[in-house]
Design a protein. Structure first.
Length: 263
């Protein structure tokens, strides 16, 4: 099967870059995917502060018909209306949730998020958690806190994005080793210039320790652009894996998780 990538951000026209209004739109993303020979992608709704409308409603209506773009909502799990928003996202056919604790300002294992996590688990909705230094209080979003969530919700797919970055890679690895329902998101980790760079020796260790069947590649478009994504693909293909393991990381694992969503 062809390449299917995770972690693409999309925005209304002109929202991401006023000087390049098409950048960050679903149509621009589709053009980039075609040029790189990528079959499809998971796309995230903008965060609420980025747009004036409901971001999840916008995404559900903005995805071009027939395009292989799978929408994920953005929802703060501890807000009073989080369950209603999650139910609405499910009704709109969105297949997962992007969660960014330092932007949303909540502690990963906050008790107030339990009902949200339980409902997501019921539907097998994958939760994509940002990890790695991103301002705010580190104690509220260090990767080790995801162990509490994964242990309490063993049927909830959890993608640990950026694998904690260089600063918290070992914490993320501990959670991954301890919980079979967690996956390593290697978005923005492969190149030395990446903000959350992980040395390739540690990526290789990750493949050996948890297995290629639990590693997922994402692009971070449009924060990362065509040349960077193309280089990522070259790096992954140079890791001396079997063709089967390469296919898993470049789409097979993500497809499998999405096939199990009960929406």
């Amino acid at each position: 099967m062809g390449i299917f990538v995770n972690h693409c951000h999309v925005f209304p026209r002109g929202c991401f870059n006023k000087d390049k209004p098409k950048l960050g739109t679903p149509d621009d993303l589709l053009g980039l995917l075609k040029r790189l020979g990528i079959d499809g992608a998971v796309v995230f709704a903008p965060f609420e502060y980025k747009v004036r409308m409901d971001p999840n409603e916008w995404l559900s209506e903005a995805l071009p018909e027939g395009a292989n773009l799978i929408g994920f909502a953005t929802i703060n799990p501890v807000k009073r209306n989080s369950i209603r928003k999650l139910e609405k996202a499910i009704d709109m056919g969105l297949k997962g949730i992007k969660i960014h604790p330092p932007i949303m300002k909540f502690r990963i294992n906050d008790d107030r998020a339990e009902a949200f996590y339980s409902l997501a688990e019921e539907y097998r909705l994958p939760l994509v958690f940002h990890t790695g230094v991103h301002g705010w209080l580190l104690r509220n979003y260090v990767p080790i806190l995801l162990d509490d969530v994964a242990q309490a919700h063993p049927d909830l797919p959890i993608i640990i994005e950026h694998i904690g970055g260089a600063e918290f890679y070992q914490e993320a690895l501990a959670v991954l080793r301890n919980n079979e329902n967690t996956y390593a998101g290697i978005t923005s980790t492969l190149q030395p210039e990446d903000e959350w760079h992980i040395p390739l020796k540690d990526i290789t260790k990750l493949i050996r320790v948890i297995g290629a069947h639990r590693i997922i590649y994402g692009t971070d478009y449009p924060y990362r652009l065509e040349g960077e994504i193309e280089e990522d693909l070259k790096i992954i293909r140079g890791l001396k894996m079997t063709p089967e393991d390469e296919e898993r990381i470049l789409g097979g694992n993500l497809r499998r998780i999405l096939e199990e969503v009960r929406v």
